[in-house]
Design a protein around this ligand. Sequence first.
Ligand code: ZN
Length: 457
Amino acid sequence: MLNRVKQFRGNFPTVHLVAVSACVLILGLTLLLLPSQEVEATRGDLPTAPPTAPLVSTESTISSKKTTSTETVIKTNPAQASAVTPSIPEDNWVEYTVGNGDNLTSMFKKAGLTPRDVYHVAAAGKETKAFTRLFPGQTLSFVIENGKLSKLKHIESKLKYTLLYTDANSAFQINSVIRTPEVRQQFTAGTIKDSLFLAGEEAGLSSKKIMELASIFGWDVDFVLDIRKNDDFSLIYEEHYLDGEKIGEGPIVAAQFTNRGNKFTALRYTNTEGDSSYYTPEGYSMRKAFLRSPVDFARISSRFSLSRKHPVLNRIRAHKGVDYAARTGTPIKVAGEGKITFRGRKGGFGNVVIVQHGSNITTLYAHMSNFKRGQRVGTRVKQGQVIGFVGQTGLASGPHLHYEFRVNGVHKNPLTVKLPQASPIAKAERSNFTETASSLLAQLETHQATTLAQSNR
Ligand SMILES: [Zn+2]
């Protein structure tokens, strides 16, 4: 008879759970955040930007935002913005901040204008959409002359505003001004004494940047288990400036992490399709063909061991996999791309899915409470795709995933097995990549040498 021991989860420190959760969560956030930062990126002709960095051009950013052909888009350098804007210094601007629930009508009322004025503005053309999409915190500024609206300015963000003004014929004209921040590159480095987080803070990194760094190297380094004192890191990342003021951060463009003497290097490359990713200097994706862990928000509750006392059977038995304790129902993600070769009941393993990857690797997921609907033996699955849910079917003392990794039928420790590389950079991208990579690597090494020289002085 199977005993279900309730205290299963209580035997292990929760610190790991929290740390792993944070890493995974931020990894997700980071992936979400990166593309939008690309859009903010500016031209490569600024002195501090790398000459080969394939940033999204200002032109493409604007054209994608342009809604009609009549919209006038003025491209300016930050320094020239005020010169190009058709505003006269003596204008009597009155500014209102958009609050919750505000719309153009309520804003106009605040400024002493009527619904009729709203109608006139709205009827001025499609481009006035910019004025009707108001969000709390934005500002709307008015110039009212003799009770008539003569200018209206909607400041959407530090990077974009739309101006409406009356021309010589008293007709409304509209200009959208999109400013491009100056991109500066920032280098920093650190050595771990207590934790990556503390060392990162000491190096001046935001917590978001620290997590970004961890997620880049997370395929090679387990930031919960592998980190040692004197591990070190260095990186170049982008900072965005407007009028000399820092307004945001861009992505990490190059980074190195030394873990227990093993040096890992990651270089950011944007391919001709506009997709950015991190690669080794040799052009291998930092992303591996296999996830290190098939469950998020889980902690390792039992490791790979050839002589472990089985918690239910209470006798020495090899544990040829890794157990991840997690709540029943937690999604289980397939570690790599492959094909389901088994899906069903398997003795003490309970509900099991086995996936074949290429010709020689299989992964096994046991004790599932449920399988993912719509899949069957033969279904092709992509890395990270959910194949089932954590449970405790079969011989299990609590809800957990038992995960096995086999190479040519031989059980390997999933935590230490050398994971196969993801496919290298596409042939067509090779020469571009090589150019970018060598430039980034040279910059990184120059900064490192300078820092070293300063610290030895
Ligand atoms: Zn197990």
